[in-house]
Design a protein around this ligand. Structure first.
Ligand code: SF4
Length: 362
């Protein structure tokens, strides 16, 4: 069949005598691709579950985007998730529709000033927004019904267009006052109080463990108790790997890797917390090893060869603080956040400040 005949067939289907049947079919077959991103998804689940049973009005959640024609964005979209949203939308056949659920999807919601929030309207053409946090299942049903009406009327377009209405004309406001939401706190504490000190606790096995570890480490680090089942070891960057090697004889995995930003002192504190799955008496014990590094040259030896479970956590700390774990092959790649976001958990990270103006330019 030639290309022209194909186009003619499509036109015939869109506007010929079969068009109302096609629209009727689309109206009662709104299959929403399953793209849960945030807590609004619970309300969506409620809508599609047996109580409301969205299949009664022809809507069905479906796992494969190539057979769906509707995306319901359920709440917050992060900059990293934005790509997945666009790819999903691109893969869906025409005509396709988008409903955005919840305050997060509209303007960021409670994450309005986050370093990582994206607005779905900048990624895909949105047909309907549902306000609220969380919006109710009834509100979602209303949006689906509104979309069905739109399809019925023959507005089954890919790109939604809205008439621009100026709020001041509607409300007859002559002077437009600038309205700004509260700014994110930008003040830094003059001297953050981070004290890690030995504590007197009634933990007999702890005292025994401190002497056992001190003996094993032989002066490589200072060992003390900070609570029941909590041991703290202070050492240096240079001695860290050796301390880890010695501890790995008893402690077989890393529970967490943490970075503390002491901005006023131009230092980072790096902490690895380790525990044991194999030695019964040590299973409840958490040992934190810490060392300091300069903030302007944040390099630290990776411990993935000693504890492979440190891998993802080192990658997280690289994403959030920019600490380069030497020896971890993933350094330089973004693991959790979008490539353009740089070190968002450093205390001097500047969050972009949105400036909302009633009825005017933003
Ligand atoms: S709008 Fe509210 S319920 Fe929905 S994703 Fe955001 S925080 Fe969660």
């Amino acid at each position: 069949m030639s290309k022209d005949v194909n186009i003619e067939s499509i036109r015939f289907l869109h506007s010929g005598p079969l068009a109302p049947i096609k629209r009727w079919g689309a109206k009662w077959s709104l299959w929403a691709v399953h793209l849960v991103t945030a807590c609004c998804g619970v309300e969506l689940a409620h809508t599609y579950a047996s109580g409301y049973d969205a299949e009664r009005w022809g809507s069905l959640n479906f796992g494969m985007m190539r057979q769906t024609n509707l995306i319901i964005v359920e709440g917050a979209i992060s900059k990293k998730m934005a790509r997945a949203l666009r790819i999903t939308w691109e893969q869906m056949p025409e005509p396709k529709f988008v409903i955005v659920m919840g305050a997060c999807g509209i303007e960021g919601g409670l994450f309005w000033n986050s370093y990582h929030i994206a607005r779905p309207s900048e990624i895909v053409p949105v047909d309907y927004y549902i306000p609220g946090c969380p919006p109710t299942p009834e509100a979602l049903i209303r949006a689906i019904r509104a979309l069905q009406k739109k399809i019925e009327k023959g507005e089954a377009k890919t790109t939604a267009e809205y008439a621009e209405v100026k709020l001041e004309d509607v409300l007859e406001i002559k002077e437009v006052k600038e309205r700004k939401p509260p700014k994110a706190p930008l003040k830094l504490a003059p001297k953050p109080e981070i004290k890690i000190e030995p504590k007197e606790v009634d933990w007999e096995f702890g005292n025994e463990l401190v002497s056992r570890l001190s003996e094993k480490l032989g002066g490589l680090g200072e060992v003390f108790i900070t609570g029941v089942n909590r041991i703290y070891i202070k050492t240096t960057k240079e001695r860290f790997v050796r301390v880890a090697e010695i501890l790995s004889e008893d402690f077989d995995h890393v529970k967490s890797v943490n970075v503390i930003d002491l901005i006023h002192e131009n230092r980072f504190v790096i902490e690895y917390t380790v525990s044991s799955y194999s030695v019964k008496e040590l299973m409840s014990v958490l040992v934190t090893i810490s060392a300091e590094i300069p903030r302007d040259n944040p390099k630290f030896p990776s411990l993935i060869n000693i504890w492979p479970s440190a891998d993802y956590q080192e990658r997280e700390m690289y994403d959030f603080f920019g600490v380069w774990f030497e020896g971890n092959p993933w350094m330089g790649n973004k693991f959790l956040i979008a490539p353009e976001v740089e070190t968002p958990l450093r205390k001097d990270f500047k969050i972009p400040q949105p400036n909302y103006v009633l009825g005017g330019e933003s």
